[in-house]
Design a protein around this ligand. Structure first.
Ligand code: ADP
Ligand code: MG
Length: 690
């Protein structure tokens, strides 16, 4: 019999409305959730010492008896008022005396009794007369749990560590009879421990070995649910007969005519990628393909070629970009690319309103437009497509699974192509994009010279701006990027607005412009338009220009306070130059760089391979910060860490593939618990089509 893990947390003694609400903020609503609320860390209490063996800086457990109070004020009176004297106690064992200090401490004042023995845990520091511990953790010696590894839970306002420990320990008895959540063969083949054992030892590890077993099992399970869920999605979407079979060469819908008309030859990586896309499109499965291209690898023309094929097959195609600026840039490029082919191109963003918008929607519904370019506005409910066949999303890392799917629902199972300029470490791509096929474009068009990258400190700033001046003098353009929009008193960082004022004066005779995210769209468009047209020589910006901007005549990217940017951002920013035939430069100016920031600068100077940089970034920062997993549409992970658990991930991938090969819809009885976990993880499973 399975215990009722679905019961609300309020059925735990001591959990009332306020605490239940606090738990809900952690995503914990039921007893089962509480058991799956894993410690984020452990306090290592294995170091047990006698007072005589303590020294400053040591964190340890001591067993000692309260002997007296050293502070002023009435003994054990109510304390804790702000500004009141702290509670000071002396405790001793037979090797020495230790002073304990508690500020604003009502609870220790009443709980710690003279003559009684307690277990204290804390860091020893040097006091006036003897060693001291400030705010040690304590429990009565006869009630101490004896745990060497104490769980540390994630907290939120209104929850205490000690409460969570108590509540969760109280539930551990339920795990004895708990139903196994993984298929038996998965457990056996991967030598995993059972769920009850895992939960008991993740919360109350008897020793480090059992903790490791428990953690491995739970990490494995979490990643398996995710990976199997994504594969399930991929299989469901990829079923034969569901999708559109686009026309091929025989019907004149191949992309050759389009690519032959380009002013350049495709790179081998572009040809390979386009080949993969074409065969996907011609099959009657729904294409679901991710194109990972490093900056400057030429993704846009590949997207355009695929859209050409869709149009020549009698279908509409759309491309959705994350910002208005990028969408406009695509519009210009596509108008040029498609002009010789008689393809009708339209544009839709939030800025298109009223009669213009109405007319556009009419034409879209009646197939008088072949290709629509735009922003999120493309997936608003009232946008109806006559015959949508291909959906391209640009810069996927800004869209989640949900938006991706939102757009695909606009047609009857259109093909989906996702372009991303953020290289993703290969070790992670298969889980982040487990529901897609992946093409990699790891090659730049020939003749591009690598960007010369330099790191400089404040002393190198003059030389850096001299370089800018030299480049402008020969007719090139330059970017200067700062971390802030406006100067701020608290932080000694450069701001775009401040630099703009300075540089406008310094670069007298050149057109200098400013762009940042707080400007109105029309202003931004005007500024970008002038820079594209070469009317502006120097553009001062925030990271706004990070993605996609393509001005081949720009040859310098100067980044102020480069220590404030992550590797992925720096790589993207650098990718704005080196897009034309001239030699380009990137200068990273760092002040007071931490060791990590200095390491990032070294990486940037040493390589321009986005994939290598992505691996490095993952190692330095971990995946949460790097990717914004949620932006990828990946549910938040409770225990697995995609940067650390790469090896587990490999085993998980193999296991997920085995499970799905064996039971493609995962509906066999033995897989029921796993399937339920998948459905729960992808909460609105129905609307993402599992
Ligand atoms: P990204 O992959 O960064 O989006 P783009 O698609 O913006 O790169 O392409 C960058 C520039 O390179 C564009 O001006 C594009 O016209 C040009 N380009 C693309 N493919 C090639 C090629 N095979 N040879 C030469 N230039 C190319
Ligand atoms: Mg692009």
């Amino acid at each position: 019999m399975t215990p009722d893990l679905g019961a609300p947390v309020s059925s735990v003694k001591g959990v009332g409305g306020a605490r239940a609400a606090a738990l809900a903020r952690l995503g914990v609503r039921t007893l089962g959730d509480l058991l799956r609320c894993y410690p984020r860390d452990y306090e290592d209490r294995r170091d047990k010492r006698r007072i005589g063996d303590l020294s400053p800086g040591v964190r340890a457990v001591v067993r000692a008896t309260v002997v007296s109070e050293t502070g002023g004020g009435p003994r054990f009176s109510r304390r804790g008022r702000k500004g009141g004297p702290p509670l000071r106690l002396l405790v001793r064992d037979d090797t020495g005396i230790l002073e304990l200090v508690f500020f604003h401490a009502f609870y220790p004042a009443t709980a710690l009794k003279r003559g009684e023995e307690y277990i204290f845990y804390g860091e020893a520091t040097q006091g006036a007369r003897c060693l001291r511990m400030v705010h040690p953790d304590f429990s009565r010696a006869d009630e101490a749990d004896g745990l060497d590894l104490l769980p540390v839970y994630p907290l939120t306002a209104g929850l205490r560590q000690s409460d969570l420990r108590k509540w969760i320990r109280g539930l551990l008895a339920l795990t004895d009879a708990m139903e196994e959540s993984l298929p038996a063969d998965t457990i056996a083949e991967n030598k995993l421990c059972g769920i009850g054992y895992a939960l008991r030892n993740i919360h109350c590890p008897a020793d480090a070995v059992r903790l490791r077993e428990a953690k491995y099992r739970l990490v494995f399970e979490e990643l398996l649910v995710l990976q199997a869920g994504l594969l399930l999605l991929k299989n469901a979407n990829g079923r034969a007969g569901l999708g559109i079979a686009f026309k091929g060469a025989r019907d004149g819908a191949d992309t050759a005519r389009f690519t032959e008309g380009l002013p350049f030859k495709l790179t081998a990586a572009q040809r390979r990628t386009l080949g993969e896309i074409e065969s996907d499109m011609e099959s009657d499965r729904v294409m679901n393909r991710l194109v990972q291209g490093d900056v400057g690898s030429g993704k846009t023309v590949i997207a355009a070629a695929a859209m050409y094929k869709a149009v020549k097959s009698g279908r509409q195609a759309v491309i959705m970009a994350p910002t208005e600026t990028l969408a406009k840039q695509h519009l210009e490029e596509f108008e040029k690319l498609f002009l010789p082919h008689g393809v009708r191109v339209g544009f839709l963003s939030g800025a298109v309103k009223g009669a213009d918008r109405r007319l556009l929607l009419e034409k879209t519904a009646s197939n008088e437009i072949d290709i629509l370019i735009g922003t999120h506005a493309l997936i608003q409910p009232d946008v109806v497509y006559g015959n949508l066949g291909l959906v391209v999303t640009d810069e996927q890392h800004r869209f989640g699974v949900r938006q991706r799917v939102g757009l695909s629902k606009k047609g009857r199972d259109p093909d989906i192509l996702v372009m991303t300029a953020t290289p993703i470490p290969r070790t992670l791509a298969f889980i982040l994009y487990g529901d897609m096929d992946i093409s990699v474009m790891d090659e730049r068009p020939p003749g591009r010279r690598p960007v010369v990258t330099r790191a400089a400190d404040a002393g190198g700033r003059k030389a850096a701006y001299r370089l800018v001046r030299e480049e402008l003098a020969v007719g090139h353009q330059a970017y200067v990027v700062a971390p802030l929009i406006e100067d701020s008193d608290e932080r000694a960082l450069r701001s775009a607005t401040g630099l703009y004022a300075e540089l406008s004066a310094d670069f007298h005779g050149y057109a200098v412009a400013l762009i940042h995210g707080r400007m109105r769209q029309a202003e931004k468009d005007a500024v970008m338009g002038a820079f594209y047209a070469g009317e502006t020589a120097l553009l001062v910006s925030t990271v706004l220009i990070e993605v996609g901007v393509n001005v081949p005549n720009a040859t310098v990217m100067l980044i102020e306070n480069a220590e404030r940017f992550g590797l992925a951002q720096l790589h993207q920013l650098r990718g704005r130059v080196g897009r034309g035939p001239a030699q380009s430069y990137c200068v990273l100016i760092t002040e007071n760089a931490s060791a990590e920031a200095a390491e990032r600068a070294r990486v940037m100077v040493s390589t321009d391979d986005g994939f290598a940089i992505a691996e490095k970034d993952l190692a330095l920062r971990g995946p949460g910060e790097f990717f914004g997993l949620r932006q990828h549409g990946i549910p938040q992970l409770r225990i697995a860490n995609l940067a650390k658990h790469v090896k587990v991930l490999k085993a998980v991938k193999a296991e997920a593939e085995r499970l799905l090969a064996d039971d493609p819809p995962l509906t066999a009885k033995k897989n029921a618990a796993l399937r339920a976990a998948i459905d729960a993880l992808f909460t609105s499973a129905a609307d993402i089509g599992i």
